[in-house]
Design a protein around this ligand. Structure first.
Ligand code: ADP
Length: 266
C-alpha cells in the first residue's frame, strides 16, 4: 500500500469532478448492549463513483459489515450521513428508505439465502414481487428471470432447486436475484466467502461481466485476490478509514460505465 494513497484515503476518496452514486459523510455507528458500548464506525467519509468496482477490506470485527449495512440503508447511523444517488438517508422515513433500497440496490450475502423449496427461476421471481422496477405480469417476470439466469451462465439450471446446485451456482442464482429489480448498485458481503476456489472464479467471472453492463459494484471482503482486481479499495481498521489502496481514474470509469449502459440498453 502506498503512502501517497494512504493520505488520499483519509480525506476520502474520489475527486470532486466525478459523480458519486454513494457517499458517506463522517459516519459514526455505536452499538449499545447493556452497559457495553462498541464504536463500530468512528467517522467514515468516502465516495463510491457511479459505475465503479469497489472493495471494502479490513480485519474481522473492524466495522466492514456495519458499513455495508449503513450504505445499503439496512440500518441507520448514530451520526453522520449516507447519501444514495443524491438522497440523504437521514431525511427519509422508513418507508421511503425501503423504496429507495428496493429500487437502487441489490444485495448479495455470503450464505446465498435462497429459498430451498423453490427452483432457481422461482427464487429470482420472488424478488420481483415487491419491486417497482420489475415487470408486473407473471409471464414477463418469468422471461426476465430466465434472462438473468442466462446472464449468470445458468440458463440450463432454471428448474433446479438450491440443493441440486453447487455453492458457486447457488451464489450465481443469488446474484441474478439481486439483479431482479434492475438496481444500479450491487452491494455484496463476502460473496465468495463460502466458496471453493473454482466456484469463486465462476462467481467473479460473472461479477466482472455484470460490471461491464454499467452496474456499480461494492464488495465487502477479506479476499485480497478479489480486492486486487477492484478499481477502488477502501481499508477499514478500528472503525476508521485506514487506507485507500488503489483508485483508477474514476472519471474515466464513469464514462466507460455510461457507455456500457448505453450499449446494454440498446
Ligand atoms: P466486520 O464486518 O469487519 O467483521 P462488524 O461491522 O461486524 O465487523 O463489527 C464491528 C464491531 O461492532 C465488532 O466489535 C462487533 O462485535 C460489533 N457489532 C456488530 N454488530 C453489532 C450489533 N448488532 N450489536 C452490538 N455490537 C455489534
Amino acid at each position: 500500500m502506498s503512502n501517497t494513497n494512504k493520505k488520499a484515503g483519509k480525506t476520502a476518496a474520489a475527486n470532486k469532478t466525478e459523480k458519486p452514486i454513494m457517499q458517506t459523510k463522517d459516519l459514526v455507528k455505536t452499538y449499545s448492549t447493556g452497559k457495553l458500548e462498541t464504536k463500530a464506525l468512528q467517522g467514515i467519509t468516502l465516495d463510491i463513483p457511479a459505475g465503479s468496482f469497489s472493495c471494502i477490506i479490513g480485519p474481522s470485527g473492524h466495522g466492514k459489515s456495519t458499513l455495508m449495512h449503513l450504505i445499503g440503508g439496512l440500518d441507520r447511523a448514530t451520526s453522520g450521513d449516507v447519501i444514495i444517488d443524491g438522497a440523504k438517508i437521514s431525511d427519509l422515513t422508513d418507508n421511503e428508505l425501503s423504496e429507495l433500497r428496493a429500487s437502487k440496490i441489490g444485495f448479495v450475502f455470503q450464505f446465498f439465502n435462497l429459498l430451498k423449496n423453490l427452483t432457481a427461476v422461482e427464487n429470482i421471481e420472488t424478488a420481483m414481487m415487491f419491486s417497482v422496477n420489475a415487470p408486473k405480469s407473471a409471464k414477463e417476470q418469468r422471461v426476465k428471470a430466465l434472462e438473468l439466469l442466462e446472464l449468470v451462465g445458468l440458463a440450463d439450471k432454471a428448474d433446479a432447486k438450491p440443493n441440486e446446485l453447487s455453492g458457486g451456482q447457488q451464489q450465481r442464482v443469488s446474484i441474478a436475484r439481486a439483479l431482479a429489480n434492475d438496481p444500479e448498485i450491487l452491494l455484496m458481503d463476502e460473496p465468495t466467502g463460502n466458496l471453493d476456489s473454482r466456484s469463486e472464479e465462476e462467481v467473479l467471472e460473472q461479477l466482472f461481466r455484470i460490471h461491464k453492463t454499467g452496474k456499480t459494484i461494492v464488495i465487502v471482503t477479506h479476499n485480497n485476490e478479489l480486492a486486487a482486481q477492484a478499481e477502488i479499495v477502501y481499508e477499514i481498521k478500528d472503525g476508521k478509514l485506514h487506507d485507500l489502496v488503489k483508485k483508477v481514474n474514476a472519471k474515466k470509469t464513469q464514462k466507460k460505465a455510461s457507455k456500457r449502459k448505453k450499449v446494454a440498453d440498446e
